[in-house]
Ligand binder design. Structure first.
Ligand code: AHM
Ligand code: MG
Length: 337
């Protein structure tokens, strides 16, 4: 029989990971499986995004009479509902909600916390540009009962898993439980995620930089000097770098993970703490990039060491290939010298 066709579903992969830990209760695997279901439900809606206006009435009702909801609201609710009854979680927090999301009183309480950005880059939906969901999972620190803020406000290095999905030309689910970074592509005809990118490693150095250069007049001098350096002509060191910016973090991140390079959302005069959130965006992607051999920094500190003091706290973000992030840190340290 041909061994060229590799048919490893996400479910099988999760089960294999569980078998590698003889003491595992299956709790964690159940959590990841529920996440995969939520993601498929979101994919189903996102892939119809352009049809909503056609199928809906002028009063913004779809064919079933439901109000057409904004997709980021739909994604937010879908994840919450898919994850609330499994008994794996004690609380959730989402970029779309101000406060902590409690598990409803009639459902069992578990030992993990889920933090998520339900639809990152959602301003791109109407232009059919790739968008995604981002997830971070922590073990609770409080002993029992409903989860608290304390359970959520943990440094990223304490994550037990992180994942993201891209709803794009194909839909891909990437996850890491601390044992490699693995990507699965959705086969829509059977509704299964199939292993397509096993044990991803990012190049030590890339030739791509991704940043919203429209903000450059508000950057500090270190940041400006770094970008000028990347544009400088020095073929042996790979410069000039190419500029690639989609404006959808997951899509920019995923491309750079595969090809190498650096994504940046620095602080600037109008974004004193950058734009991206520690819990929902920076920490999960930092967990993944470090396990793929890369680096993530706020310009001077490792992202995974940052301890958020509030759910929606932001951070400047420099993430990608190790050498590129180190070089950015060097320029930022030097500032205008
Ligand atoms: P969102 O979570 O509200 O979608 O915002 C985050 C998005 C990221 O996906 C992307 O990297 C960034 O905002 C782009 O910001 P800008 O338009 O300022 O370049
Ligand atoms: Mg976002």
């Amino acid at each position: 029989m041909s061994d060229t066709i590799q048919l490893m579903t996400l479910g099988h992969h999760i089960e294999e990971g569980e078998r590698a830990h003889p003491g595992a209760t299956g709790d964690f695997s159940g959590l990841l499986s529920n996440l995969a279901i939520a993601v498929k439900l979101i994919w189903r809606e996102v892939s119809k995004a352009g049809l909503l206006d056609i199928l809906g009435t002028t009063q913004k009702e779809n064919s079933s009479g439901d109000k057409v909801r904004k997709l980021d609201e739909f994604a937010d609710e879908t994840i919450y509902k898919a994850m609330q009854r499994g008994g794996h979680l004690c609380a959730m927090a989402s970029e779309e909600n101000e406060g902590l999301l409690a598990i409803p009183p009639n459902y069992p309480i578990g030992k993990y916390v889920l933090v998520y950005d339900p639809l990152d880059g959602s301003s791109n939906i109407d232009a059919n540009v790739s968008i995604g969901s981002i997830f971070g999972i922590y073990r609770r620190v409080t002993p029992a009962g409903p989860g608290t803020l304390q359970d959520c406000l943990q440094p990223g290095y304490k994550q037990v898993a992180a994942a993201y999905t891209i709803y794009g030309s194909s839909t891909i689910f990437v996850y890491c439980t601390g044992n490699g970074v693995h990507g699965f592509t959705l086969d829509p005809s059977v509704g299964e995620f199939l292993l397509s990118h096993e044990n991803m490693r990012t190049p030590r150095q890339g030739r791509i930089y991704s940043v919203n250069e429209g903000n450059s007049s508000k950057w500090n001098e270190g940041m400006r000097n770094y970008i000028e350096f990347l544009k400088g002509d020095d073929e042996p060191t790979g410069r000039p770098y190419s500029s690639r910016y989609i404006g959808s973090l997951v899509a920019d991140f995923h491309r750079n993970l595969l090809y190498g390079g650096i994504f940046m959302y620095p602080s600037d005069a109008t974004h004193p703490y950058g734009k991206l959130r520690i819990l929902y965006e920076a920490s999960p992607l930092a967990f993944i990039i470090e396990h793929a051999g890369g680096r993530a920094s706020d310009g001077s500190r490792r992202i995974l060491d940052l301890v958020p003091s509030s759910l929606h706290q932001k951070t400047p973000l420099f993430i990608g290939s190790e050498e590129d992030v180190r070089k950015a840190e060097e320029f930022l340290r030097k500032g205008g010298d």
